[in-house]
Design a protein around this ligand. Structure first.
Ligand code: BGC
Length: 478
């Protein structure tokens, strides 16, 4: 079954090539996420992890810095990336991101000391920070409304594929412990992304906003059926306003509700615990009674479930809409986290209970993959007005990476303090809170153009009074 609208004649098939290529941004992100846990096992054998810059430091802390260096870089990259995407253009930032990631991977692969390795991780992370903002943003702006959901979700599909590929690479290189190859392989997708993007067009919406109407029209002609071009251009023209896209603009009363939605989704996507499974699956599985190798294989299984269910989301998201997938996914995650917590308080984890724990872990990942995984990145690329879109996505993405860092730094400590059950129940409660939040606040964006979504959100704000104040403010500004 093809995703809805993929076989219609309302677009030009070139748009699939553009989206698939830009989705390699997700591959960089996913590969980096999945590869470090495997590489770390062998980095320990190469370097003395007892000091940094000559100062004695606990080995655990040094390891933590190596692992989380990329997340710190990604926070930085996302913070800069939003503004840069608005200033320099989406395509140019993708090119820059690919170069930065390539350089980071190269530095890691040849690092002579652990300090240089950490530098490589941070640079690599900055590239991922750029990629995570601009990948979904670019695809969203270049897609025809009818298939925007599935095309933007290709980026989540490549994130999950990147994680799975990294698990397999870890497995393949584990015999010789060749961690330099593991980390260096990231250069391959970065090079492909760079070379491919050289030939791709800029986002038509960004071009229009820069006053380059005829260039915008050209891009639309290359990616739409000719009959659709004029109408879409007219819509873009009617929506472009004068906000300059600064952080202050995000606090304008009619943008603020969507800022809350984006930041809320960003935080919930992380604090409901997905990356504890992605990073620590073998550890969790070992505590359910699996042997070493079996738990690594089961980890590959988890990676595969993540990919397969993301394919399901890609197929469904323009058919059912965003809300049904998001809400049912969150409901499923809540239940599975509850069950997982129960499994860990029952005695005899190694028997049936162990299998039940593993099954609920897999189902939890499946529910994430069908809802919150793709829906977060898609929605933040849809709900912001053109003038502040890059900046606003940057803010949401910073929160997402900060949440990622927080959860990965606190997970093992939480398990020590309140046990596995307590930890999973805590994530379960947060999933329930996310469900209520999304039910109340997240708008449906299926099938509508970015301009229609923007106009609707303005109207809603106006009706609630916030926009009226805003209107008066802008008149006064004029
Ligand atoms: C999240 C990542 C996560 C991945 C797992 C993404 O949407 O942002 O933090 O590792 O999904 O599939």
């Amino acid at each position: 079954m093809l995703p809805v609208g993929w076989n219609s004649d309302s677009q030009n098939s070139f748009v699939y090539v553009v989206a698939a290529l830009a989705a390699l941004n997700g591959l960089l992100f996913g590969f980096d996420t999945g590869v470090i846990s495997g590489a770390m096992l062998y980095i320990r054998n190469t370097f003395e992890l007892t000091a940094l810059f000559g100062y004695a430091i606990e080995p655990d802390l040094v390891e933590g810095i190596v692992v989380s260096g990329a997340m710190v870089g990604a926070i930085l990259g996302a913070a800069l990336g939003g503004r840069l995407a608005d200033r320099l253009g989406r395509r140019r930032l993708i090119l820059i991101g690919a170069v930065v990631f390539f350089v980071g991977s190269l530095i890691m692969a040849i690092a002579p000391t652990v300090e240089v390795l950490i530098l490589g991780r941070i640079i690599d992370g900055i590239g991922i920070g750029f990629a995570s903002v601009v990948g979904p943003l670019y695809i969203s702006e270049i897609s025809p409304p009818k298939i925007r959901g599935s095309l933007v979700s290709l980026n989540q599909l490549t994130i999950t594929s990147g994680i799975l590929i990294a698990y397999l690479v870890n497995f393949a290189f584990s015999d010789g412990g060749e961690w330099r190859w593991m980390l260096g392989l990231g250069m391959v997708p970065a090079a492909v992304l760079f070379l491919g993007m050289v030939f791709m067009p800029e986002s038509p919406r960004w071009l229009y906003e820069q006053g380059r109407e005829s260039a915008a029209r050209d891009v639309l002609s290359r990616t739409r059926a000719e009959a659709k071009v004029d109408a879409e251009l007219r819509e873009i023209r009617e929506t472009i306003r004068t906000e300059s896209g600064t952080l202050r603009d995000l606090l304008r009363p009619w943008v603020r509700p969507m800022l809350i939605v984006g930041v809320g989704l960003a935080a919930f996507q992380q604090v409901t615990g997905i990356n504890t499974v992605i990073y620590y699956a073998p550890t969790i599985l070992e505590s359910t009674g699996f042997e070493d190798t079996a738990s690594i294989l089961a980890t590959v299984g988890i990676g595969a479930v993540n990919v397969v269910m993301t394919v399901v989301a890609v197929v469904l998201i323009d058919r059912t809409g965003r809300r049904p997938l998001l809400l049912s996914g969150l409901a499923g995650m809540t239940v599975m986290l509850g069950v997982l917590g129960i499994a860990f308080v029952l005695p005899g984890l190694s028997g049936v209970v162990g299998w039940a724990a593993t099954a609920s872990l897999m189902l939890y990942v499946a529910f994430f993959a069908i809802g919150l995984g793709p829906a977060f990145w898609l929605l933040i690329s849809e709900i912001y007005p053109m003038e502040v879109r890059g900046t606003a996505m940057g803010v949401a993405t910073v929160v997402n990476w900060a949440g990622n860092l927080l959860v990965s730094l606190t997970f093992l400590r939480l398990v020590n303090r309140i046990g596995e059950s307590g930890t999973f129940w805590l994530y379960g409660l947060l999933s329930l809170a996310a469900l209520v939040f999304c039910y109340q606040l997240v708008p449906e964006t299926k099938g509508r153009s970015l301009e229609e979504i923007e106009a609707d959100l303005r109207e809603t704000a106006l009706a609630s009074g916030a926009g009226r104040r805003e209107g008066t403010e802008s008149e006064a500004d004029d």
